[in-house]
Design a protein around this ligand. Structure first.
Ligand code: S3P
Length: 175
């Protein structure tokens, strides 16, 4: 495996968990873009959204990713759910021959179940009052975002699969 693996997918699709598992399998570093932004800004994602707004967040998110891509060699990088949908990010990723983009696809139901439990700290969805509103929001949001997600080099269905199953399936696709 001679590429940086970049994990793409909606909030709650398992990017960080599967990213860590893949990094362990390949014995390469794992980088979580949200965590890098938190370190850089010394604030939670929620506070960045509240204090500086989403546009500011999207700008630093894009810059931070470009910086990681330019400085790091082999690694697994998990993006934020919105990262590939802003600026020319997905084109930058897919035109880089050292990058392999993987879309972790999960059903609206799976995402809704997972996200409802941790809705509080997520600035894009914390205003939604119940599961039905969350499910409707995800359905609409995914409809817009799937256009970008579907441009990934590899699309893997993760519903009803364990973390190790998803990781080993990505591995066998890569090697
Ligand atoms: C966002 C997803 C979050 C984080 C921010 C915005 C989004 O990342 O970047 O809250 O727009 O989907 P995760 O997908 O890692 O939760």
């Amino acid at each position: 495996m001679k590429k940086k693996i970049v994990l793409i997918g909606y909030m709650g699709s398992g990017k960080s968990t599967i990213g860590k598992a893949l990094a362990t399998i390949f014995k390469i570093p794992f980088i979580d873009l949200d965590s890098e932004i938190i370190k850089l800004e010394k604030k939670s994602i929620d506070n960045i959204f509240n204090e500086s707004g989403e546009l500011y967040f999207r700008k630093i998110e894009h810059e931070c990713l470009k910086n990681i891509l330019n400085t790091l060699d082999l690694s697994v990088i998990s993006l934020g759910g919105g990262t590939p949908c802003y600026y020319d990010t997905i084109e930058i990723l897919n035109s880089d021959d050292k990058v392999y983009t993987v879309f972790l696809k999960a059903s609206i139901n799976t995402l809704s179940e997972r996200l409802f439990k941790e809705i509080k700290n997520r600035p894009k969805i914390n205003h939604l009052k119940n599961k039905k509103l969350l499910t409707d929001f995800i359905r609409k949001h995914l409809f817009e975002r799937n256009y970008y997600y579907n441009k990934s080099n590899y699309i893997i269905n993760t519903d009803n699969k364990s973390v190790s199953k998803v990781a080993s399936q990505i591995k066998s696709h890569l090697t």
